[in-house]
Write a protein that binds this ligand. Sequence first.
Ligand SMILES: [Fe+2]
Ligand SMILES: [Fe+2]
Length: 203
Amino acid sequence: MAEAKKIGYGDLTGRVGVEEIRARGVDVDLLIKKLIANAAAEFSSTYYYYTILRMHLAGHEDYKEICEDARLEDRAHWELIVPRIYELGGELPNDLPAFHNGAGCAPAKLPSPPTAVNILTLLLESERCAIRSWSEICDLTFGKDPRTYDMAARILNEEIEHEAWFIELLAQERDHKTIPSGHFRRGEPGEAPYSKNRRFYNP
Ligand SMILES: [Fe+2]
Ligand SMILES: [Fe+2]
């Protein structure tokens, strides 16, 4: 392990919390860049556009509720990860369109026509993008930056659940098949058991 850069007594120009992970091999600038892209994906690509998708699941109250859980949990992911960007010395772009355009996943825009099958397919593919993005953060930080790793792993746990939910719903809606996800409804909308550190469903 490389020696961590020394931060002088009372020196506010550096952070021990950053130098220690850099010394362990984390590319901090790259990590900040990817965290901002992931935060943008959570906030704009999913939370914002999922709101529109949920509105259009009219007539499918069960799908709406599950979409709502995924939507609110993605908002929880945004809230969980943003402080970490600042701790690492980064910051959010002071420009919402630039932030949106830098997202690590394509915007989950309302498909045309907005059928349940098309919406569920889009939701599924958005969750898959999120799994890839958060796995990448886990790889960048594993064994080197336990704090970011812990947050990314909590988020990843929920993204993997989200993918399973939408596989189950799409299989039912499009293929009239049963592919169980193991899902049972959250205690309340947007429960986010991992990223909000709430109780898991464990009867
Ligand atoms: Fe998310
Ligand atoms: Fe998600």
